[in-house]
Design a protein around this ligand. Structure first.
Ligand code: ZN
Length: 141
C-alpha cells in the first residue's frame, strides 16, 4: 500500500502548504479520493487475509484426509483395491461410494464387513469355482 500512502501524504502536504483557497478546494477531492482508496485497500487486504486463513485451514484438513487414505491400487484380477505396503484389500463397491472399507480375509477370497461384497481370490478358488478347462457334465480335460 506504499503508493497510496505516498499519494495521501502528498495530498496532505499540498493541502497544508498551499494557501490559495481556490487551489485548496481543487485539491480536496484528490485527498478524499486517495483516502477512500487507502480505506478500500485496507478492507480488501483484511478480507483477503481472512480468506487465505480459511483456505489454509481447509487445505490442512484436506491434506490430513489425503494422508489418512490408503495408498491403494485397483487390481482387476481380484476386483479389489490393494494397499501394497500392507496387502490389505479394500472393497470396490464401498470405494465407488467414496469410502475405503478394508475387506476381511475369507476362506476363498475377501468379504466387506460394510456392504457384504465378496471378492473371490483367483489364486485360491473355492470348491464351487470351476477350473477354466472343466468340461461340464463328463470329465476334466
Ligand atoms: Zn463394501
Amino acid at each position: 500500500m506504499g503508493a497510496i500512502k505516498d499519494l495521501v501524504d502528498l495530498a496532505d502536504k499540498l493541502n497544508t502548504s498551499i494557501m490559495d483557497r481556490k487551489t485548496r478546494e481543487l485539491l480536496l477531492p484528490l485527498k478524499e479520493a486517495a483516502t477512500e482508496a487507502q480505506r478500500e485497500i485496507f478492507y480488501a487486504e483484511r478480507k483477503h487475509a481472512e480468506e487465505m486463513d480459511k483456505l489454509k485451514a481447509e487445505n490442512t484438513t484436506l491434506r490430513a484426509q489425503i494422508d489418512q487414505q490408503p495408498k491403494a491400487e485397483f487390481f482387476p484380477k481380484t476386483g479389489t483395491w490393494i494397499e501394497s505396503s500392507t496387502g490389505i484389500h479394500y472393497c470396490p463397491r464401498c470405494r465407488q461410494n467414496g469410502k475405503w472399507s478394508p475387506m476381511q480375509t475369507a476362506k476363498y477370497g475377501w468379504s466387506c464387513p460394510s456392504c457384504d461384497k465378496y471378492a473371490e481370490d483367483p489364486a485360491n478358488p473355492g470348491p464351487t469355482s470351476l477350473p477354466p478347462n472343466y468340461d461340464r457334465g463328463t470329465r476334466i480335460l
